[in-house]
Write a protein that binds this ligand. Structure first.
Ligand SMILES: Nc1nc2c(c(=O)[nH]1)N[C@@H](CN(C=O)c1ccc(C(=O)N[C@@H](CCC(=O)O)C(=O)O)cc1)CN2
Ligand code: MG
Length: 285
């Protein structure tokens, strides 16, 4: 049986550290501020944005939520982003994804000031990660790396297989693992013989968004499994991208869903917002 890498517990520990730092910053007259922007009525996005606001409140951060109708135009959203870019009480701007079809996400993400880009999605911050000099790192992959660190996994020389090549998880987590000297393979829908790739992995990072697509029998004995998937089955049930029960028979350590990577995502957003506020305070940005 495997060790469960408890995202909730790791997140709680990190949040306590962030809260302490927020308090110190406030004594210097700086209140870290996050603006969240939700366009439309996607129920999951509503939940995530609410969780982000609540987390800010718990940690003593300032947060402002902007809720716009699904019919919002790109120009209207750009105008809001411009206002937030020049608002000195706001250190971090988060535009919840996905955006409605009439809005080009890339245009919006590029309009966010890189110094307030606490999601780490602006091409400047993506480029910094690419050259191994990260500034803001995207929250979900950053959370994965913190979990691996907390679980005592040394990536140097390890075979890491990332399943999924999205800009928000697969690609950045692969770069982060490479930075830690892992040998990284990125797999995707056109990969030939995915089971064979996964079977060779010391660390599997699953971020495909397909319920239980990674079978337990593909997991090498003793491998570490990080499941980034959050797939809703019906009203209540959440499952990951990995067959948890079968995989945990073989893995040495595994993240659960829920309670694994999810809680880390929001925690790293708070961390990035704190860092943004600190940089603003020192004029170092
Ligand atoms: N602008 C962004 N948009 C999106 C991001 C992002 O990082 N920035 N990531 C995802 C969604 N996401 C945050 O926005 C997110 C997903 C899941 C969780 C989470 O805590 N999941 C819990 C389960 C919660 C539930 O019941 O739904 C868990 O896994 O334990 C937090 C944040 C897409 N969009
Ligand atoms: Mg993908």
């Amino acid at each position: 049986m495997s060790t469960i890498i408890d995202g909730k517990a790791i997140a709680a520990k990190l949040r306590a550290e962030i809260a302490t730092e927020v308090k110190i910053l406030k004594e210097k007259g700086i209140i870290p501020g996050l603006a969240t922007v939700l366009v439309g009525e996607d129920p999951a996005s509503e939940v995530y944005v609410r969780m982000k606001g609540n987390a800010c409140q718990e940690l003593g951060m300032h947060s402002v939520k902007h809720t716009l109708p699904a019919t919002t135009t790109e120009a209207e959203l750009l105008a809001l982003v411009a206002r937030l870019n020049s608002d000195p009480t706001i250190h971090g701007i988060l535009v919840q994804l996905p955006l409605p079809k009439q809005i080009n996400s890339d245009t919006i993400l590029e309009a966010i000031s890189p110094v307030k880009d606490v999601d780490g999605f602006h091409p400047y911050n993506v480029g910094r990660l690419m050259v191994g000099k990260p500034t803001f790192q995207p929250c979900t992959p950053y959370g994965v790396m913190v979990m691996l660190r907390e679980a005592g996994v040394d990536l140097a020389g390890k075979e890491v297989v990332v399943v999924g090549r999205s800009n928000i998880v697969g690609k950045p987590v692969a770069l982060m693992c490479l930075q830690q000297h892992a040998t990284v393979t990125i797999c995707h829908s056109k990969t030939r013989d995915l089971p064979a790739k996964v079977k060779g992995a010391d660390v599997v990072i699953a971020a495909v968004g397909v319920p239980e697509m990674i079978k337990g029998e593909w997991i090498k004995e003793g491998a570490v499994v990080i499941d980034v998937g959050v797939n809703r089955i019906g009203e209540k049930k959440l499952v990951g991208d990995v067959e948890f029960a079968a995989a945990s028979q073989r893995a040495s350590a595994i993240t659960p869903v829920p309670g694994g990577v999810g809680p880390m995502t929001i925690t790293m957003l708070l961390y990035n917002t704190l860092e943004a506020a600190k940089k603003a305070g020192t004029g170092d940005r």
